[in-house]
Design a protein around this ligand. Sequence first.
Ligand SMILES: *Cc1c(COP(=O)(O)O)cnc(C)c1O
Length: 432
Amino acid sequence: MTADNPYQSEILSKDQEFVWHPYSSLSDPIPAYEVVSAEGVNLQLADGRQLIDAMSSWWCAIHGYNHPVLNAAAKQQIDSMSHVMFGGITHAPAVNLCEKLVNLTPLGLSKVFLADSGSVSVEVAIKMAFQYWISQGQADKNKLLSLRGGYHGDTFAAMSVCDPVNGMHHIFEKVLPQHYFAPAPQIAFDQAWDDRDIADFKSIIETHHKQLAAVILEPIVQGAGGMRFYSPEYLRQVRALCDQHHVLLIADEIATGFGRTGKLFACEWSQISPDIMCLGKSLTGGYMTLAATLCTEEVSRGICEGEAGCFMHGPTFMGNPLACAVANASIDLLLSQDWSANIQRIENTLATELPAFNQLRTVANTRVLGAIGVIEMKEPVNVAQIQKKFVAQGIWVRPFGKLVYIMPPFIITNQQLKQLIQGIYKVLSAPD
Ligand SMILES: *Cc1c(COP(=O)(O)O)cnc(C)c1O
């Protein structure tokens, strides 16, 4: 027991000895918090404390934890089969899920490739785009255009289209493929549009379209790269420019999909359909890892009519029945309620409560879209220090850089949400 960390179990000591955590140092490890169970919006710590979760475990747990409907779906599936290979074999959980995804996503997306994680679905999307152009006899279209401030995952192709600064491209310079980057959109979600915001993007696509296989971006919300909400008009114009210059559009909805922004998919804000779309994170309601890459008939036909005769990808755990069964239950559960009114309720509470933070001298600004609330600080926060203070307030908030943000499970009550925001306010307004 130390003053810094009053609870030091055997698990925590072994954790520091053996375990990598996301983006963590093993030479200077920051103690993690041991969670023993989770229920509703609460995380139960091993030391007896209970925390209201503001993170939905990185956008995933939209229905909260330990949900009876999702538990039942998992248990029922596990009693018939947990996994079978997907090569030459099919099953109802996967087929039903793919049909559901085609019916829910923007018009034109009609084929589904199931993948294991968000990053892999981005790899798959990029491979689809490249293989499509190779099949068309246009192998020179082998570059991508993405946006600064973007985040698309941690594997190599995904990393090569992440923000070059956040993604530390310079240290991977020799191993990362080089792609094009347009500046991050500057016009905010509800600000008046100005064509100058897309001028650089336009000139890059005009100059390089013969080399460009695809544009890849996060529609409307740039998530882990900066939590920024940009104008739907930007995305509309990107779609039009892609069409005009024969460049595919990949929409990475891994963070935004399934209602988070107030629309089922963020592309709906601009009323556009991408050629390829990635889904992940909340796909299984946060129960297990599963992702999907959807594409149009044009893309799938183009790929399959090429020299390879098939799409060159096939993960071992593709279409895992257990994950698909829970995904089906999670989507049905979401659609069985007035989810849109519920997101509006969360948005209203966030929009009422967050402006008060602007009075704090350390806060640069606040913004809200759907069930996402962001408090941008003037200076980067010390995550380890501030996390301890949040935990002391009974809340789980994990900031990065200058961003303290809230994206709670959709089941959070207004009272829990206010408690959460009050906890954040206490921490941010306390003198150091
Ligand atoms: C989280 C995320 C990914 C990566 O998903 P993983 O499951 O972590 O591999 C990709 N794109 C976006 C927009 C994300 O938010």
